[in-house]
Design a protein around this ligand. Structure first.
Ligand code: GUN
Length: 288
């Protein structure tokens, strides 16, 4: 079993991005500028946005965090989006999800200028991804493809099973893994909450990508010997073994499953760091 070290690969890519920023500067060009819009104070969203801003600093990008209270109206948030669309200094921006219940995520995402949509969530960019046109790829699925590529994991003709069908991870992941591409070309099956006999399907997976958001959902019986397992979940659970009183676990029961795998991503330090570098890569693309 080999661990897929997302932290290490993310650090390599950050170095590549930092070199690129130096090159831009030496050519007298502007450095990429990412804006993150955060509404309310969901603790997970706060952590994600803080990491995104910190990573921008590490590679030399300009970043701005814009915070609004959870009682901002949809109209007010649409005005924020409109301003960001027109601000020439902003190369790309994200509106962190989820948004409070009174705001339509669909309306907000539709209002984002697709050229600045570095999350790749605008339906125009989703359509481009599905049809294979160049666009911003959603950060988590793109980061996973990058991990498989850099670890030279063979994907061609393999059976990839994706658990989860969210717009952010499961659905775009399935699209990317089925593309005609040397780092994809898989036969893909999507499983979700209505899937019957899920274990029968997951046991057929050469590559199992788990993104359903349930702690330790995937157990050893669900995994084929020699499979590649990618865990997108991240959950904070109480623990009496750490100073902080909690630890992070994934959607996969790592201790049970890891011995059966050829490759597996740990939580933390697997997929998470890759999500952020993909966003940075999209921001560089937006600036160019
Ligand atoms: N919420 C969870 N993941 C993401 C992400 O990648 N982008 C945004 N904007 N919100 C998220």
């Amino acid at each position: 079993m080999e661990l897929i070290d997302g932290k290490k690969i993310a650090a390599e890519i950050k170095q590549e991005l930092a070199d690129k920023v130096e090159e831009l500067k030496s050519q007298g060009k502007k450095v990429p500028h990412l804006v993150a819009v955060l509404v309310g104070n969901d603790p997970a969203s706060e952590t994600y946005v803080a990491s995104k801003v910190k990573s921008c600093k590490e590679v030399g990008f300009k970043s701005t965090e814009m915070r609004y209270s959870s009682d901002i109206t949809e109209e007010q948030l649409l005005e924020v989006v409109d301003k960001l669309n027109r601000d020439e200094d902003v190369d790309g921006y994200i509106v962190q999800l989820p948004l409070p219940g009174h705001i339509s995520e669909e309306r907000i995402l539709l209002a984002i200028d697709p050229d600045k949509d570095v999350d790749g969530f605008h339906p125009f960019n989703v359509g481009k991804m599905v049809t294979g046109l160049p666009t911003y790829l959603p950060a988590t699925p793109a980061g996973i493809v990058e991990l498989l590529t850099r670890y030279r994991i063979e994907t061609r003709g393999k059976h990839c099973v994706v658990i989860g069908r969210s717009n952010i991870v499961g659905t775009p992941m399935a699209v990317l893994m089925s593309r005609k591409d040397e780092h994809a070309d898989c036969t893909v099956t999507i499983c979700h909450s209505r899937t019957r006999n899920i274990q029968e399907i997951t046991r057929q997976a050469d590559i199992l990508i788990v993104a359903l958001g349930k702690p330790h959902f995937v157990t050893a019986e669900m995994v084929k010997e020699g499979a590649v397992v990618v865990d997108v979940g991240i959950h904070r659970v109480p623990s009496d073994k750490t100073k902080s009183g909690f630890r992070l676990i994934g959607d996969v029961d790592f201790e049970q499953v890891a011995p059966k795998c050829s490759y597996i991503t740990p939580v933390p330090g697997g997929v998470g760091p890759m999500t952020i570098v993909s966003l940075l890569q999209n921001t560089l693309k937006a600036a160019q």
